[in-house]
Design a protein. Structure first.
Length: 195
């Protein structure tokens, strides 16, 4: 029963965290992200069934359920590998899985400076918060250079879309205006000198 409780807690916690990123963080999942959740949904239901099977002392049934959950997560790992390959441009896949994040909501992101009226975005999006579907695909060249200060020389790959957009936009504004801008987000008052 302990294993089924841990399985339930882990699977439910993962799904709730993903939903929190969607609702609170504005991150909309792509099609493959949604498919990858199926194993977690199955694990939640299966852990409940395994709990009651173990409670009824039907250990063989509980073992079969755990085996099915393990197979679901094994298939999910394969799908996750495929999804990673799509994101890293190793092979083609759904285009909505590799769109960039030029309108991130963090400090310095383009969306952080959008004008709002009563909490709604005042822009060409008709009040809807822009999502990854509103962004263009951004080509990224991954350079395999080891980091001497990281274990095994590893470097992050997922930061590329969020780290490259802000400097690129800032460089474009500097080039267009000739102003020496040294902070983000850049607001109209920074361009007019009234800040």
């Amino acid at each position: 029963m302990l294993i089924s409780s841990l399985l339930f807690t882990g699977a439910a916690g993962t799904v709730l965290t993903a939903h929190a990123f969607e609702i609170l963080g504005g991150y909309l999942p792509c099609h493959l992200c949604l498919i990858e959740r199926y194993a977690y949904y199955f694990a939640i239901l299966a852990s409940i069934a395994a709990f009651f099977a173990a409670r009824a002392e039907k250990d063989d049934v509980a073992r079969i359920i755990f085996l099915l959950v393990a197979l679901a997560f094994l298939g999910n790992a394969a799908l996750g590998f495929y999804h990673s390959g799509v994101e890293w441009k190793w092979w083609p896949g759904p285009t909505e899985c590799s769109g960039g994040s030029t309108i991130q909501w963090g400090e310095g992101g383009l969306a952080g400076s959008l004008a709002t009226i009563n909490g709604w975005v005042s822009s060409k999006t008709n009040g809807k918060i822009p999502t990854i579907l509103d962004t263009p695909t951004i080509p990224v060249d991954v350079l395999e250079l080891a980091d001497d200060h990281a274990p095994y020389g590893l470097r992050g790959v997922g930061e590329a879309p969020t780290l490259s957009s802000t400097p690129a936009v800032l460089a474009a504004i500097r080039s267009a205006t000739g102003l020496e801008l040294n902070r983000t987000p850049v607001r109209p008052e920074h361009l007019t000198g009234t800040a």
